[in-house]
Design a protein. Structure first.
Length: 195
DNA sequence: GTGAGGATCGTCT
DNA sequence: GACGATCCTCACA
């Protein structure tokens, strides 16, 4: 089971957000936080298509906030929402074409006690309480806009990276996206049914 | 167990 | 000046 883990290359992200979202399930998100490794398996994501998707931040055109989505693929896009939460995305498609994938939930693997502390929870907190939700997983992983927006997740020395550890994905379920008001009916949310 | 409402601020009009 | 790719708490059943 413990095969060598491989850092996902930029070409992995240079595809449509739907494809990238689909293939990101089961991969491992890792953040080097103050000398400690925090990591979790990706179990829920959503695709945001760009100029053709009214729910996407990129739909309105390029602005200071969403510039990362219009840049090269494989870059972390972190934004602040509702005055209290951060959400983590990774950019997709070639340079110049906007698109991204939102990380909605992880299954925590390493650094559980640090995650619990960052979330303000007890050591024995359930995975869902720790990293089940876009805002929660950012808090648990120590991710903020100032520090992580614009980071290249395909570089070997990046604080934020995504690996393939050989985990075999069994069943993927597609459902409508959560918490949006426009184009809410499109099935662009993907999740693993058995982590 | 389920549902309503509040917190709180960066970003765009 | 309005609103949002959310989360938490507190009623009520």
């Amino acid at each position: 089971m413990t095969t060598q883990r491989k850092l996902l290359p930029r070409s992995f992200y240079q595809r449509s957000p739907e494809m990238v979202a689909h293939h990101l399930l089961g991969k491992v998100l890792t953040h080097h936080y103050r000398g400690e490794e925090l990591s979790g398996r990706v179990i829920e994501v959503e695709a945001y298509l760009g100029l053709t998707d009214p729910a996407s931040h990129a739909f309105i055109g390029k602005t200071a906030r969403n510039a990362v989505l219009f840049g090269p693929p494989g870059i972390a896009y972190v934004y602040f929402i509702y005055g209290m939460h951060y959400c983590l995305n990774v950019s997709c498609l070639p340079d110049g074409e906007p698109g991204g994938v939102l990380f909605r939930a992880l299954f925590p693997l390493k650094g559980l006690s640090t995650m619990a502390r960052l979330r303000g929870l007890a050591e024995n907190a359930k995975p869902k309480q720790l990293t089940g939700g876009p805002g929660r997983l950012c808090e648990a992983m120590g991710i903020s806009r100032e520090a992580q927006n614009g980071i290249d997740v395909t570089r070997h020395h990046s604080a934020l990276q995504i690996f393939d550890d050989g985990y075999e994905v069994k069943t993927i379920t597609a459902t409508p996206r959560i918490g949006i008001s426009k184009a809410a009916e499109r099935p662009l949310r993907f999740l693993l049914t058995s982590p």
